[in-house]
Design a binder for this molecule. Structure first.
Ligand SMILES: NC(=O)c1ccc[n+]([C@@H]2O[C@H](COP(=O)([O-])OP(=O)(O)OC[C@H]3O[C@@H](n4cnc5c(N)ncnc54)[C@H](O)[C@@H]3O)[C@@H](O)[C@H]2O)c1
Length: 330
């Protein structure tokens, strides 16, 4: 087993999207491992960037408010970094249909810019990219392994595929040390909870906590595969610390559950909220993917990663966090 404390101790780490949900949780974890951390974030409106996410560690990390798409400033920021976790992006599927150009910028050009900056000034950095299960789009088989056909149902999926290919290409032609993790629905503390676009689990947690009724589209039997954020961080650190993963892609996954069962569980845990099954709105019917269950045996077999936090424990920790810090996220 890798001893993270020696791997990251004293190392320079850049986290793009570092004020967002996963990025800020990663910053906390890496700080515990004595890494020297630089957080880059453009605080894009409607996305999860939130200064409160790092308020307790603000004196121990450096924060740079800038856009990854600015090659000049980025080249300065990537210089000298040992590890780069590229989390600047958006998993907002629906918005990518309304504004595909904005999505192209955030989820594709940004990553190409990061790779170009590294190629020019820091080709030795170890780079981990967080991609998205929405590359697979409409599902033809389940569980979904990395070879599943990629049939995106919105521009966000296409931009994710393209960005991931850039990571693999820059490894192939320039020797950059890149790896892509295909994340599924991730939930936990420090997520944006103001609207439904950041993820179904977090949004349902908010509605139930507010004692509101959750409208579930269709029969509620659609399955999503959830990961608690700490398990995702484990996968990211393990990947970054293992040279064999360079040039590879891996699925993450762990707790498949149908949406109706998820809501029933939340209602039971909080003692509040309710739910109602409602017909699928037409514009969402077309982008429904089917039941998503990840096959994460590749990373399990190669690195021994598997989620450690049960769905119950993850939800319990998440509900407790927002009960305490609600005013910063609602
Ligand atoms: N949370 C999930 O369930 C999930 C699932 C699959 C993939 N992902 C991917 O993981 C990454 C992190 O997700 P998250 O949930 O932490 O999102 P988040 O919205 O909480 O954080 C993303 C951060 O990136 C910043 N950002 C976006 N574009 C930027 C740019 N061009 N320059 C600088 N900063 C920029 C935003 O301001 C935001 O703070 C994203 O790329 C997302 O697509 C997340």
């Amino acid at each position: 087993m890798i001893d993270f404390s020696t791997t990251f101790k004293g190392k320079k780490v850049l986290i793009t999207g570092g004020l967002g949900f996963i990025g800020s949780n990663l910053a906390h974890r890496l700080l515990d491992l004595d890494a020297e951390i630089l957080l880059l974030d453009a605080l894009i409106p409607g996305q999860g960037g939130n200064l409160f996410n790092v308020s307790d560690i603000k004196d121990r990390v450096r924060v740079n408010i800038s856009n990854v798409c600015d090659l000049n400033s980025l080249s300065h920021l990537v210089s000298g970094q040992d590890y780069i976790f590229d989390l600047a992006g958006s998993a907002n599927h629906q918005d990518s249909i309304g504004d595909p150009f904005a999505d192209l910028e955030i989820n594709c050009r940004s990553h190409l810019t990061l790779l170009e900056a590294c190629r020019r000034v820091n080709p030795d950095a170890r780079i981990v990219f967080t991609s998205n299960r929405n590359q697979y789009g409409r599902l033809t088989q389940t569980p979904v392994n990395e070879q599943h056909p990629r049939l995106p149902v919105e521009p966000n999926g296409i931009h994710n595929i393209t960005a991931e290919y850039y990571y693999l290409l820059y490894n192939y032609i320039h020797g950059l040390r890149t790896t892509s993790l295909r994340l599924t629905n991730t939930y936990g503390p420090r997520h944006l909870m103001q609207h439904h676009k950041q993820g179904v689990a977090s949004w349902f947690i908010r509605l139930v906590s507010d004692n509101r009724e959750v409208y579930i589209f269709g029969d509620g039997k659609q399955i999503r595969d959830l990961n608690y954020v700490d398990d995702v961080l484990d996968a990211m650190l393990l990947t970054a610390a293992t040279e064999d993963t360079v040039g590879e892609v891996y699925n993450l996954g762990g707790s498949p559950i149908c949406l109706a069962d998820l809501v029933r569980k939340l209602i039971e845990m909080t003692g509040t909220g309710g739910y109602k099954l409602v017909p699928y709105p037409d514009q969402l019917k077309i982008t429904e993917i089917g039941n998503y269950v990840a096959d994460y045996s590749k990373i399990k077999n190669q690195l021994g990663w598997e989620p450690k936090i049960s769905l119950h424990d993850g939800l319990r920790r998440t509900i407790a966090f927002y009960e305490r810090y609600k005013q910063h996220y609602w």
